[in-house]
Design a protein around this ligand. Structure first.
Ligand code: AMP
Ligand code: MG
Length: 309
């Protein structure tokens, strides 16, 4: 299939593709999403096929207004209301109990659905003009770094989807934070562009889900964000890490070493996509603010972790 490259003046065209059950990649403030009508099971099936995404990894549904979610979910917990007031539109994805109207394939058979309102005018206009909620995972091949430019999307998806709507570089660069508020203590199921500190300022203490947590983000069990190179992540105190990296770069001749500023959230995925050496060595960053999400992504991208005492 031919993949059209559309500009923002072509949103109408992009919306008509979505209405007809097609696939359109579009910019958001986090990463580019691969969108289809969330209420159309065949359209949603083609997202999974284009990305080669495992069928048990549910999708996030995108809306353009708070009113739209009433027909999609049963009740809106109080803490969800507070988070929506504080952070919508924005990278705050919330778990709700879903209504029948959302097909099982969209949520991988779960009785919950994750919904967010993106903070990007092109994305919002596309949702409004399509007249339906849009299911959209990141627009990359499953397992690869997420796309933060239209060129990244084209690289992975050309010939596999109907269109890419261009919208420059994504300003945040890391996916949304997924939050479950129906548990006694709210739980962050996936770290992302909204920091834990900002969430806690708004609703108090939250927990961060681990591999063993009872309530989990089903998708987090898969290998993610893997660059083509072997990535060695060196974690620990800054000076000790720098020493270890010197030693490793002598050992692995022809390897490349990343600097801490290379893995700033807005650059991380573009940098992982650009690596041309067989081995890349990367230092850890402090796990405060968005550093938590950066370290989560780096650990999932790494082939080897060296954790210094
Ligand atoms: P992506 O589409 O690549 O941004 O990933 C979406 C993330 O949201 C994955 O980690 C999913 O596991 C998570 N997710 C989507 N729907 C649900 C749900 N109903 N319950 C828990 N996590 C979900
Ligand atoms: Mg993804």
């Amino acid at each position: 299939m031919e993949t059209l490259l559309l500009k923002d003046k072509d949103i109408e065209k992009a919306a008509s593709i979505i209405k007809k059950g097609g696939l359109v990649a579009f910019p958001t403030e986090t990463v580019y999403g691969l969108g289809a009508d969330a209420l159309n099971p065949e359209a949603v099936a083609s997202i999974f096929a284009a990305k080669n995404r495992p069928a048990d990894n549910p999708l996030i549904v995108h809306v353009a207004s708070v009113d739209e979610i009433e027909k999609l979910v049963f009740n809106i917990p109080k803490k969800a209301k507070i988070l929506m007031e504080c952070f919508w539109p924005g990278p705050c994805s919330l778990v709700f109990r879903k209504k029948e109207i959302i097909p099982a394939i969209t949520t991988a058979g779960l009785d919950t659905v994750v919904i967010r309102m993106p903070d990007n005018e092109i994305a919002l206009e596309l949702i409004r003009k399509s007249g339906v909620p849009i299911a959209a995972p990141s627009a990359n091949t499953s397992g690869k770094p997420s796309p933060t430019t239209a060129a990244h999307v084209m690289h992975d998806m050309v010939g596999r989807i109907d269109a890419v709507l261009e919208g420059g570089c994504c300003q945040k660069g890391i996916e949304s934070t997924v939050i479950e508020v129906s548990t006694e203590v709210p739980m962050v199921l996936r770290l992302g562009s909204l920091s834990v500190e900002d969430i806690e300022k708004c609703i108090g203490k939250v927990e961060i889900a681990t591999e063993t947590s009872e309530v989990k983000s089903p998708g987090m069990k898969y290998r993610h964000y893997a660059p083509d190179a072997k990535l060695i992540l060196v974690e620990g105190d800054e000076n000790a890490v720098d020493e270890k990296i010197k030693e490793l770069s002598l050992k692995y001749k022809g390897s490349m070493t990343l600097k801490r500023e290379d893995v700033a959230p807005e650059k991380l995925f573009a940098v992982l996509r650009k690596i041309e050496t067989a081995i890349v060595i990367c230092p850890s960053v402090p796990e405060i603010g968005l550093g938590k999400a950066v370290m989560d992504r780096l650990r999932r991208a790494a082939s080897e972790r060296i954790v210094l005492e």
